[in-house]
Ligand binder design. Structure first.
Ligand SMILES: Cc1ncc(C[n+]2csc(CCOP(=O)(O)OP(=O)(O)O)c2C)c(N)n1
Ligand SMILES: [Mg+2]
Length: 620
């Protein structure tokens, strides 16, 4: 057997750079590079190996967490056909990646995490940053990755890599099981040499399969659709990951069935397609939520039915409602007692289109959907142009961004009050033009996420919609964007705290307690003193961005035009009027209210809550 004597870390990188995926006859190099930060736990192993493998580029980030966000966003924007590996030292560098791992796994996005680990040899323990246990020597902080990883392994001996790596690739390239994969790498073993079989380093192409549905289930699904009078499609992220938008357009156009979109599925149809009713659920449009309420059949495609999609199980009120779920994951396909089509979205949709040539929804349904859509578009126009005197409303900022952006541009966001507003209002024109991380809704995803989207397709301008709270959590990847020349346009909405959680708090009778940025008051001892101001322009500038303050809507529009002409990351800071929120549209989100309280406002909220909860259903 031909062998190559290299360190474990060198072998790992030698393997990674030869992994490819194939879908629809096209091959893609799977790993674009390695993101991370060096410390004593990876510098001599992975760090040394990266130095002698410049064809696997190393990108230094400012926080290991955002390295993982960048990788996840890159994978999402690449429809899971490419990703990055992420390297960290041991201890805090490793645990910084846990939030990113959870985000990737929840959103079903492939990322490979390579945290350094304590010495396998043990004789020098406890090493710097080691978590000790009096009960066992076989534990450490990297065990925390287990519940947030789809595959987890620790490489105690260099030869274990040979059996671990095929499992790593199987999981990362699985349309149903992908998520974070963690290989914990003890720092001494990273540097150990071994005679690896040459075969390990040959080019390998992993086929991303397009699974076909089971025939019996398929016939039952066709029957159910044929029998339905008020069907509704719920398009989830799986539509985009499968690149099934053309297939969905064909199916919806042929059958006349309206399409509602989840956060991950938004953009499955262009917003102006006749059957596109936009967002569904707690942050849904009136059009989609009305049809969902009455639907007798819901065809869920690539959706997890999160509580925002199901409006906490209140979205579908027709007593006779049934579900057909198309999903690569059996786990999701069986949700809500559906007829499960465990299959690739594009394949299943093509087959359904062929089998349902004789089916079309009735004229009343068509008229209702068209009228609801027309009213909704008018509502968006109204919210985009409120002509609010003084500071603009958030919906006007969204309108200005939409008008400034081109049809192929990408909008990135994740947490705050704007994901709800954007879900309703953003008019997506091309698949992947709307990049919302709402599985984990993780503050601090936005900037590295936008960088991942930009790296995935540098021909698209990438806009970030960001709150002041999120900015303060982790603005530092701006430095990385400048270092790498990855230009993004950040619109930072300053509303002096958490409009989202503040609004939620008020709706729960808690008056916004602890959600706005204020000095601690000497009188009350609470955070209700003078407003705390932060100079975001100076801050962004200090990190290397071009920064512009926009005092009103006209200045915002001007700044957006300016940002397009620059080749450097630009931060536009705009203050908004928080009193001008976008309303909800016949929807609900279950956030449990205190059952007993000293405050009358909380007791009132609890009473309203108990009434509202009665609409929650089991779909059995
Ligand atoms: C890491 C993380 N911590 C906490 C939360 C809970 N959370 C959701 S939105 C939000 C406030 C965000 O504030 P900001 O970015 O200013 O947006 P705004 O609510 O003002 O629109 C918080 C704290 C979260 N989603 N992620
Ligand atoms: Mg805010």
């Amino acid at each position: 057997m031909e062998t190559r004597r290299v360190t474990m870390a060198q072998a790992l990188l030698g393997f990674l750079k030869n992994q490819y995926v194939e879908r629809d006859g096209q091959q893609h190099k799977f790993f674009a590079g390695v993101l991370g930060i060096f410390g004593h736990g990876n510098i001599a192993g992975i760090g040394q190996a990266l130095q002698q493998n410049p064809d696997l580029p190393y990108i230094m980030v400012r926080n290991e967490q955002s390295g993982v966000h960048l990788a996840a966003a890159y994978a999402k924007a690449s429809n899971r056909l490419r990703t990055f590996a992420c390297t960290s030292s041991i201890g805090p560098g490793a645990t910084n990646m846990i939030t990113g791992a959870a985000l990737a796994t929840i959103n079903r996005l492939p990322v490979l995490l390579l945290p350094g680990d304590i010495f396998a040899r043990r004789n020098v323990a406890p090493v710097l940053q080691q978590l000790e246990s009096p009960a066992t020597q076989d534990t450490g902080v990297n065990d925390c990755f287990k519940p947030v990883s789809r595959y987890w392994d620790r490489i105690y001996r260099p030869e274990q890599l040979i059996t671990a790596l095929p499992e790593v690739m199987r999981v990362l390239t699985s349309p149903s099981d992908c998520g974070a994969v963690t290989l914990a790498l003890p720092q001494d073993v990273q540097a150990d040499a071994y005679d690896y079989p040459e075969e390990l380093f040959r080019k390998r192409v992993w086929l991303i399969r397009r699974g076909r549905p089971d025939e019996v289930s398929f016939d039952r699904a066709v029957e159910a659709i044929r029998a339905s009078r008020k069907p509704l499609i719920v398009a989830g992220g799986g539509v985009l990951m499968s690149e099934a938008s053309p297939a969905l357009i064909a199916f919806a156009s042929q059958t006349g069935i309206a399409v509602a979109e989840t956060q991950a599925g938004k953009g499955s149809l262009p917003y102006d397609h006749a059957q596109c009713l936009g967002a569904i659920g707690a942050t849904g449009t009136l059009a989609a939520n009305r049809l969902a309420n009455d639907a007798d059949l819901v065809i869920g495609i690539g959706t997890r039915y999160s509580d925002f999609t199901s409006a906490s199980m209140t979205a579908f009120q027709n007593p006779a409602v049934r579900f057909v779920n198309i999903n690569t994951a059996e786990f999701d396909a069986y949700k809500v007692s559906a007829i499960p089509l465990v299959a690739d979205a594009r394949v299943a949709l093509d087959q359904l289109t062929a089998a349902l040539r004789d089916y079309h929804v009735g004229p009343e349904y068509v008229a209702e959907a068209a009228s609801l859509k027309e009213k909704w578009e008018a509502e968006v126009d109204r919210l985009f142009h409120l002509n609010n005197p003084g500071k603009p409303a958030q919906s006007e900022v969204i309108g200005a961004m939409w008008e400034a952006s081109g049809p192929r541009d990408v909008l990135v966001s994740a947490a705050g009050s704007h994901p709800g507003d954007l879900h309703k209002l953003w008019r997506t024109r091309t698949p992947n033009g709307y990049h919302m991380e709402y599985g984990y809704s993780c503050m601090a995803y936005e900037i590295p996420g936008a960088m991942g989207a930009k790296l995935a397709d540098p021909t698209r301008e990438v806009y970030v919609f960001l709150g002041d709270g999120t900015y303060l959590m982790m603005p530092t990847e701006i430095v990385t964007s400048v270092q790498e020349g990855i230009k993004i346009i950040i619109v930072l909405v300053d509303n002096h705290g958490f409009a989202s959680i503040g609004g939620l708090s008020r709706s729960l009778g808690q008056g916004g307690f602890g959600t706005s940025y204020r000095y601690r008051s000497k009188g009350s001892g609470q955070l209700d003193g003078e407003r705390l101001t932060v100079d975001f322009v100076a801050n962004a500038r200090s990190l290397g961005a071009h920064a512009i303050k926009a005092a009103n809507l006209a200045e915002l529009k001007e700044a957006l035009e300016k940002a397009k002409t620059l080749d450097r990351t630009t931060v536009i800071v705009v203050e908004t009027d928080p009193s001008m929120g976008v309303p909800g549209y016949e929807s609900w989100w279950d956030v449990a209210v205190a059952e007993v309280s000293e405050l009358e406002s909380v007791r009132d909220a609890r009473a309203r809550y108990e009434t509202a909860r009665k609409r929650e259903r089991h779909h059995l």
